[in-house]
Design a protein around this ligand. Structure first.
Ligand code: ADP
Ligand code: MG
Length: 285
């Protein structure tokens, strides 16, 4: 058989045709573009282009984490397919998802019930539990990083953006990270932290899903941090009046200041708001 170019895998830098005119999104240090796999024409992927200057000193940890992330295979986790780099950038090739961010979809839908939220959170908990069993902590769970797979009304949700996630190594992961409003108190307190921080963030996401506003809010970051570190949040009237006690109980166990008492993903999955019939079937906004 003739050995032509198509027979052997080509370098990542050659393999993907990045469509610079088709930006899918952007973050603080990265841009995400649509790209076509030149070896499989018609197959599209998302390529996250990370500026190397933003990585100073952290390149090694990024490299370590990439090898772990490539092993994650789950129907609700955006898969990392390939990685390559050049002098100025690191390129993460990911499975393409086209349904947009979680909140945009909910706003567009018009009606939303506790049951809808419960089923969504159940899926997220299962996927995050899977990561945790593989020793991976996401560290930046928030609505912007939850993307719908496609534009169908019943599309599955996908967890994305492992830019900050890190394989849980020798126990202590004490870098300040994440996004202020979703970050767990122990991170802000600069204590050693682990998987539990993801559960806290899922609690914050659940809170927002049910009332439409975040549990912690302040103009100034220092005030916001203080609220989070004290675990100061309320189920304010009238916004929470129609929400079940079961939902509030669920949130209290996720957004629980005491890390040793905070639910694990598995415990959260067993709560009746997720596994039972306590999530209400009435429209909440
Ligand atoms: P950052 O770490 O900079 O926040 P993200 O990975 O969250 O980067 O990507 C930024 C945005 O790009 C996302 O909010 C989303 O809109 C878009 N995006 C990210 N990954 C994908 C993907 N796999 N498919 C389609 N769009 C994506
Ligand atoms: Mg992001």
């Amino acid at each position: 058989k003739k050995k032509d170019k198509g027979d052997k895998p080509i370098e990542g830098s050659q393999r993907y045709d990045i469509k610079k005119a088709h930006k899918l999104g952007s973050g603080a240090f990265s841009e995400v573009y649509l790209a076509e796999d030149k070896q499989h024409k018609g197959t599209y992927v998302a390529v996250k282009v990370i500026d190397r200057t933003a990585l100073r000193g952290k390149e090694e940890s990024l490299q370590n984490e990439i090898s772990v992330l490539q092993k994650l295979k789950h129907p609700n986790i955006v898969q990392l397919l390939d990685v390559f780099d050049d002098k100025s950038h690191v390129y993460l090739v990911m499975e393409l998802v086209t349904g947009g961010e979680l909140f945009d979809m909910i706003v567009a839908r018009g009606n939303y019930t506790e049951k809808d939220a419960s089923s969504l959170i159940s899926t997220i908990l299962e996927a995050v539990d899977y990561m945790h069993t593989k020793g991976v902590v996401h560290r930046d769970l928030k609505p912007e990083n939850l993307l719908y797979y496609n534009e169908e009304p019943d599309s599955k949700i996908m967890i994305s953006d492992f830019g900050l996630s890190k394989a849980e190594g020798s126990g202590v992961m004490a870098t300040a990270c994440g996004t202020p409003g979703y970050v767990a108190p122990e991170v802000l307190n600069q204590l050693p932290y682990g998987k539990e921080i993801d559960v806290w963030s899922i609690g914050v996401i659940t809170y927002i899903l049910l009332c439409g506003y975040p549990p912690f809010y302040a103009e100034e970051d220092s005030v916001l941090f203080a609220q989070i570190m004290r675990g100061e949040y309320d189920f304010d009237s009238p916004y929470w009046d129609g929400i079940s006690d079961s939902a509030k109980d669920f949130i209290r166990h996720l957004m629980c200041l005491d890390v040793s008492k905070r639910y694990t993903c598995r415990q959260a999955l067993e709560h009746s708001w997720i596994s039972g019939k306590t999530a209400l079937d009435i429209n909440i906004h």
